[in-house]
Structures are given as C-alpha cells and as structure tokens.
Design a protein around this ligand. Structure first.
Ligand SMILES: *[C@@H]1O[C@H](CO)[C@@H](O)[C@H](O)[C@H]1NC(C)=O
Ligand SMILES: *[C@@H]1O[C@H](CO)[C@@H](O)[C@H](O)[C@H]1NC(C)=O
Ligand SMILES: *[C@@H]1O[C@H](CO)[C@@H](O)[C@H](O)[C@H]1NC(C)=O
Length: 295
C-alpha cells in the first residue's frame, strides 16, 4: 500500500499552501457522465478564467467513482494528472449505508496511477451537505437525501483506517471552505434573491475575503444537476474562459490580483502549470458553508 506516504504528504502540504479551485460534479446537467476529456476541459477552463483572482488549479470532487460504474475510479483523476490540478477527493455519502465502492475506486486509482495521482491529492472530504440535508432547515428546503452524524462519523473512521493505522495528531484543525457560492439565477428562496449582481456581491464578500488566506473550492464553475433550479455556474460554459460576472476582487481585498486579463484569450490546451499561493494557514472557525476537514 502506498497510503502512508500519501498521508504524510498531505499533512506537509496542508501546513503551507492555500489551494483555490471549484467543486466538480461527476456528470453534466444532461446526466451524462463526464469523461477524462470533459474534466480536462473543465480544469483548463478554471485555470484560464478571465480576470481570475489568482490561479484556480484545484478541484473538489464529490466521489471517487466514475458516474454509473460501480467501483471504477472517476476519470477526473487522469484529467487532474494531465492538467496538474490538485484534488480534494470526495466520498459520496448521501442515503448510503456503505462507502465500500468509494474505497475500492480510491485504492484502484492509487494502485494504477501511483504517485502521479497521490501527489495531487491534498485531502479527502467525507460527504458533502449530508448533515444540513437532515437538519430542520434542510428538510424545510427539500434539500434532498442526506445522512446522519453517526453514519458520517463511521465513514470518516473507515477512511482513516484505510489510509493509515496511526491516529492523526489531534489539535487545531484549520477550517476549509469547500462548498460555497451564490446562484446567478433561480427561484427566490425566503429573503435570498438570486441574480448575477448578488452572486458578484457574494464573490466579492466571501471569495475575495478568503482566497489566499485559506483553501477555497467555490460552488461552482459549471452546474451539474439539471433538477436543481438554482444556477451557480460562474463560467459561461465548460470550455470557455468567459465568466458570467467580472471576477476581479475589490481593491484592498486579501485575494490575489487578477490574472488572465487579455479578454481575447480563451482556454489553451495542455499548457497548464499549477501555482499555489505559498502562505500560512489561518484557522477560521464558523464560516458558513464550510465542511469539516478530514485529513
Ligand atoms: C439532482 O438533484 C436532485 C434534487 O436535489 C436529487 O434528488 C438528485 O438525486 C440529483 N441527481 C443526482 C444524479 O445526484
Ligand atoms: C473587470 O473589473 C476590473 C476592475 O474594475 C476592470 O479593470 C476590468 O476592465 C474589468 N474587466 C472587464 C472585462 O470588464
Ligand atoms: C504542478 O504544480 C506544482 C504546484 O504548483 C508545481 O510545483 C509544478 O511545477 C507543476 N508541474 C508542472 C509540470 O507544471
């Protein structure tokens, strides 16, 4: 097993770097599974986004499994290798009693892809909004099938056991922002009005406040589920560097300055070089939308 070196690596990287990226679903709004080249286009688009504050070279996945195939590794892994995209892996936990297929897919990928893959992995997120979905407000908002705290904890334990036989050092764990964003369109929900202008305000207030300072995976570059009426995508399409609103952060924010400022340039194939802001971590308790850090 190559798993212990992976853990060591993850811990070392996590102490020094701030990652920035987007959440990446396993399929398109048409429900068609994304293939390696689809993920590759998406990851290159993230790196090329016009007026991007810094370099978006990380992806947060929701599952290790290729959509529709029982326990086969997701093709995003090879696409990440092709584009030098770091990965926050995901374990899909909603409405399930077993994550065995997730663990098989992960171990198969480690065996087949080796350190080219594990060098890019900087964490594993167990579940997504499962606890919210089962909460009072999640149920009121028809948030979907989630899972209980006990199940999520048992899944986290299973993952930890599978990647190391030593307990992780206890102590201060930083909070990462793994899934937050504001829809550019969709139905009004309570006092939440969905518009491009409000999405830009949320970006300026949250993304521009935390990029560079902590790890951020924004929700999202492109939408992945047609039955969700709220549209969160900030890119016009998967292969375009064009964005729905101007990503430039307000003057004086901590976020990196804008890059990719030549409006005429689009997504280039296979020229990606990953850069990561080398800054210290700040522990940020209580950020809305944050999901527990697991490694
Ligand atoms: C798409 O979203 C709906 C509504 O939240 C959910 O019921 C469904 O399971 C999702 N589809 C997939 C493939 O995740
Ligand atoms: C994006 O906003 C910045 C800052 O206001 C501005 O300098 C730039 O021209 C804008 N880009 C576009 C394409 O509008
Ligand atoms: C991949 O990204 C890492 C982290 O920024 C960087 O050190 C490395 O040079 C990149 N490799 C390639 C081949 O671009």
């Amino acid at each position: 097993m190559h798993l212990l070196p992976l853990l060591t690596l993850v811990t070392a990287i996590a102490a020094q770097k701030a990652y920035q990226g987007f959440n990446s679903g396993a399929f398109f709004t048409s429900s068609k599974p994304k293939t390696e080249s689809d993920f590759e286009s998406e990851f290159l688009a993230a790196q090329a986004l016009h007026y991007s504050p810094g370099f978006f070279s990380s992806a947060r996945l929701y599952t290790n499994i290729q959509a529709g195939i029982t326990d086969t590794p997701i093709q995003a892994f090879q696409a990440a290798i092709n584009t030098n995209t770091s990965l926050l892996l995901g374990i899909w936990c909603s409405g399930t009693t077993s994550i065995d297929n997730e663990m098989v897919a992960f171990k198969t990928a480690v065996g087949n892809l080796g350190t080219k893959f594990t060098d890019l992995v900087m964490g594993i997120s167990v579940g997504s909004e499962d606890l919210y979905r089962l909460s009072e407000s999640g149920i009121a908002n028809n948030a979907g099938i989630g899972n209980s705290p006990n199940s999520i904890i048992s899944f986290i334990k299973a993952i930890r056991t599978s990647i190391t036989d030593t307990a992780l050092a206890a102590g201060n764990k930083p909070v990462w922002i793994t899934e937050t964003g504001w829809p550019t369109s969709g139905p009004t929900n309570g006092r939440a009005v969905l518009s491009t202008e409000n999405a830009k305000t949320y970006w300026d207030t949250i993304a521009c406040r935390y990029l560079r300072e902590t790890n951020v995976w924004w929700y999202t570059l492109s939408d992945a589920n047609t039955s969700i009426k709220e549209k969160f995508a900030i890119s016009k399409d998967l292969t375009s560097a064009d964005t729905i609103f101007n990503l430039t952060c307000p003057a004086g924010s901590v976020a990196p300055t804008s890059i990719n400022m030549d409006w005429t340039k689009g997504v280039k194939k296979n020229t990606a070089v990953r850069q990561i802001a080398t800054v210290g971590f700040v522990s940020l308790a209580g950020i809305v939308g944050a999901v527990v850090l697991l490694l």
